[in-house]
Write a protein that binds this ligand. Sequence first.
Ligand code: NDP
Length: 400
Amino acid sequence: MSRALIIGAGGVASVVVAKCCQNSEVFSEIMIASRTKAKCDALKEKWQDKTKTVISTASVNADNVPELVALIKEYKPDIVMNIALPYQDLHIMDACLECKVDYLDTANYEPEDTAKFEYSWQWAYRERFEKAGITAILGCGFDPGVTGVFSAYAQKHEFDEINYIDILDCNGGDHGYPFATNFNPEINIREVSAKGSYIEDGKWVETEPMEIKRVYNFKGVGEKDMYLLHHEELESLALNIKGIKRIRFFMTFGQSYLTHLKCLENVGMTSIEPIMFEGKEIVPLQFLKAVLPDPASLGPRTVGKTNIGCIFRGKKDGKDKNYYLYNICDHQECYKEVGSQAISYTTGVPAMIGAMMVLKGEWKKPGVFNVEEMNPDPFMDALNKWGLPWEDDRNPVLVD
Ligand code: NDP
């Protein structure tokens, strides 16, 4: 019997709300609070007759710490789930500290004016969260999130040491648009237009955007082109998993997406530098977001599957060992169940599970943690129960 405050009412938050409503035993009360209250009210309207969870809504600007503090003090949640954007992470963490409430998010902090993300800003809160006796769980979506839980599980049960991790994120879905992003367009385009990087022998190696390409045959999807990207969990996994020599992240992209992205980049539409337009300052990327399809609207039209997982290479009992853990998720199945496509679903389900882990005491300890620092076992069980069953392969095809 707990009370959760969910901040944000976009694509991912709508899945978090749906899954909390399916899990009323744990989430007996939720509040959906976001910038646009009408979106919170629409979610309440959608679920309130189908659940025992008591839903309330509020308007909040999550960049305004006193406003957040007032809302938290009034609602008195047991956990605050930050399902808004990475720009809000630190403000919401500040408010949680002031109110001594546990915190969870799905993406690491990124300053709005620099397309750069790393954990240092949030790890700097460790001591303050410890002293306050509250828990912060960072990056509890799929990647980051489940990829960290998979890594902790492989380390605990399958390996003495893990030397190589390749995280493969394949979206085999087709929404029928020539160009659209599956989650917040601004965050997505900042991520994919940045330089690529991976960690080798404790050091970051930088590549040009989309410089490294591989082809992989994904179970449930088929053969896809995938490209090496910088991704936030590389930073924490390289520290938290024993024996890492190299860790990389690949994501699949179709040719139409890449051609459109290149064209938009070439004309300056992906820039985050403000420009003057008709006497007003605008950020080209934010304008682009406004004209692109809303990711939350892709659900009914997206068909196909995602396959996201980690290939581990390391040693067990002195012998070399390879092991692949992954989940396959079907866009249309997600839509039938909660009205969202699989990218929102694969992010929202782990966020609900992570909050449940904290609320049930399984992941409750003072400090700021990445998911792989926690016991993976109850989370792995919950993935099977709550809609993201995992599979493994003891003889996977490796990525060169
Ligand atoms: P959306 O853009 O669909 O939703 C974001 C929501 O946050 C909107 O409801 C928006 O309000 C609200 N919001 C934005 N700024 C504020 C603010 N200052 N105060 C209050 N509310 C605010 O994004 P998604 O749902 O696609 O993504 C949500 C998060 O999930 C992002 O951080 C994203 O990076 C992360 N993510 C993580 C993944 C993972 O696997 N770990 C994968 C995919 C996404 P409004 O409606 O008014 O715009």
